[in-house]
Design a protein. Structure first.
Ligand SMILES: [Zn+2]
Length: 313
């Protein structure tokens, strides 16, 4: 009995400490306001390009070579766009009006903390707090230690009651309640591991579920995701590639996905540094998939009249 109490209290202590760290650390926030990308040059060139999608055709090739050769002068208070970034169906990056900042690093604006949180995971009603980049490891520790505590308590009481032959009604109710809680917390933990395996945050995973459900009704789902990518052969053009719900842009394998949460985003001192890091978050496999789609003509030129505009709002 003493050993049982010692082990149970140890995991109870770890659970409490983890919960305290979730609150103290907080979900994190963007280290600075991220300047917008200067895309005007590519929009102008895209407009010149028109509706043609086949960059290998003679007509398209002539169009590419006839594009303005003037030097691109960067507007002040903007930065050059990275090779690849997440965008809306028009090819524009996501902007946070509350923070007056771009939303890189897979960030989302939290109405609870009123800031953009990098690697925003979810608001956990169980913990009563927002989970993001800074407190994600504490959240894993909290869920895992609680699950061990619940399973250990449940199993030990069943075994102990069996030995003593004292399984009275109050204990049965306690075991049922603990068991149900263990199933719920266990399910939460398995979801966490599954999202890590896919290289997705919880909010990204939930978005994909809505997307898959919606795409069965309407192919141009409002939940569709897009990538704005530099044209592989022409530096004057950028392309918009529509993603599939099966794409895993940030999946670099379980351990790399787990270690990504350990990145110190506060080390970034400029918008360009953050932009470059954002670009490096995409996996090589994903970049290859995008280039394969471009090779097959599965893209729209950024700035041209796009069919993607038909996506309903
Ligand atoms: Zn924001």
């Amino acid at each position: 009995m003493i050993v049982f109490l010692a082990i149970a209290n140890l995991f109870w202590l770890i659970t409490l400490i983890s919960w305290t760290f979730i609150i103290i650390k907080g979900p994190g926030k963007l280290p600075l306001k991220i300047l917008p990308y200067d895309l005007s040059y590519f929009v102008r060139n895209g407009e010149s390009f028109g509706n043609s999608k086949d960059s290998n055709s003679t007509e398209s090739f002539d169009m590419l070579t006839s594009l303005s050769s003037s030097t691109h002068v960067l507007n002040t208070n903007t930065i050059s766009p990275p090779e690849m970034f997440e965008c809306d169906f028009n090819g524009l990056p996501y902007w946070c009006f509350q923070c007056s900042s771009l939303k890189p690093l897979r960030s989302h604006h939290s109405s609870v903390t009123n800031t953009c949180i990098p690697m925003f995971d979810h608001f956990c009603t169980f913990v009563g707090f927002t989970i993001g980049k800074d407190n994600f490891y504490s959240f894993i520790s909290f869920v895992l230690s609680m699950e061990i505590l619940l399973l250990f308590t449940c199993i030990t009481i069943i075994i102990y009651s069996g030995i003593k032959n004292q399984l009275h009604s109050a204990l049965i109710v306690f075991i049922i309640c603990t068991g149900i809680l263990a199933i719920l917390v266990g399910n939460l933990f398995l979801n966490l591991i599954y999202d890590l395996k896919k290289g997705e945050t919880n909010i990204e995973s939930m978005g994909k579920k809505r997307w898959i459900k919606d795409i069965k009704i309407n192919e141009s789902s409002i939940y569709s995701n897009f990538i704005n990518v530099q044209h592989p052969n022409n530096p004057k053009l950028r392309l918009i590639v529509k993603l599939s719900p099966m794409d895993r842009p940030y999946d670099k394998g379980f351990w790399n996905n787990l270690l990504l949460w350990n990145t110190d985003f506060n080390k970034f001192t400029s918008s360009i540094e953050i932009s470059e890091f954002q670009n490096s978050m995409f996996s090589n496999q994903f970049k290859k998939n995008i280039m394969d789609r471009i090779d097959h003509g599965d893209y729209v030129v950024f700035g041209s009249q796009t069919k993607l505009m038909s996506v309903k709002l």
